[in-house]
Ligand binder design. Sequence first.
Ligand code: ATP
Ligand code: MG
Length: 384
Amino acid sequence: MHVTHLTLRNFRNYASADLDLAPGVRIFEGVNGQGKTNLVEAIAYLSSLRSHRVSSDSALVKFGEDAAIIRAELAHGPRRLSIDVEITKSGSNKARVSGHPVKARELPRYFNTVLFAPEDLALIRGEPQQRRSFIDSLLATHAPRLADVIANYERVLKQRNSLLRSAKSRTVSDAMLGTLEVWNDQLIMLGTEIIAARLALVTRLRPHLAKSYMALVDADHGATMTMRVSALADAKKLMDEDGAGGEIDSELTVEEIREQFTLRLKDAQAREFERGTTLVGPHRDDVTFWLNGLPARITASQGESWSFALSLKLAAAQLVREESRTGDPVLILDDVFSELDGQRRSRLATAIEGFEQVLITCAVLEDLPEELWTRTIRISAGTI
Ligand code: ATP
Ligand code: MG
């Protein structure tokens, strides 16, 4: 799938912009602060109604204006469709596909993007939360229903935590324990579904990750990933202060997960009353990335972390290509090449060759391998 035309009105520093795009690699070149990232951010926003840079959408509306509009015309084989989104300065948004209103979680059925930006280094170095949301948003791409399961889980977790907080340092009445039972059932039911889906996704992502990393660095450094699942720890680890959980590198049946989750939760109950919070469940889980058998988070060098994060995104793009009905996602590489050495630059250029549309931003063309220098679009102060 690829974008054939993009229209921006009052989006970030663009008052008004129109741009025709063809399939293949397109380069957006311009010095710092001109609007390169803004432009690719707009395209990525259309596939998820989320910006990779800000959590509040009001920052996306041009300063001093009431609303922004992003519109893209898309082609998927012979099929043509359009997506348009209006974002108000209060941060609300409305999306339509070919004129029909759609919810955010329905958008991956029509359009997918995979964006890699310098911020993605946090996938390797940052907090577990960032790795969980990488996995969860990929899950939502493949199964929009899971976005609802995750939202429901978070709601149940909040309720359960508030009950535990109020029970903290007070004697727990039978009535309170009764209510907790109800929340436990919900937590286990929804949590089990999330854990099973994450484990299955990681299993499908793993071979792509190994291949992408190898393609970038030209050596088999055994790049792989496992899930650290708090609900699946073995009995020895149950008493760990933070119950780190088991490192899981295979899929488990829903029944196995539910059983272990139930046991873990029971074991943690006394500590949960003490701490006033839920200690077991997918909200405590993490993804571990491995390089040469060592956890990348604490051992990978800057360059290795960078290549690893990039490989993850390329792997995600491969998975979308294989599993989504929209075919190839639009691959977006924001300021990536300048961080790589000459050899990795040309390896990356080769790795992206097969994608239907690749949008690349750079400050100077010299950062890119020469074979990519064609079809450059110059960006200057919010004009294309
Ligand atoms: P760099 O090479 O440094 O990454 P860039 O070309 O990617 O630069 P952008 O991040 O796209 O730059 O930002 C371009 C400009 O847009 C910035 O100067 C910023 O101040 C401006 N800008 C961002 N949000 C808004 C907004 N809501 N209203 C007006 N201008 C904005
Ligand atoms: Mg930028």
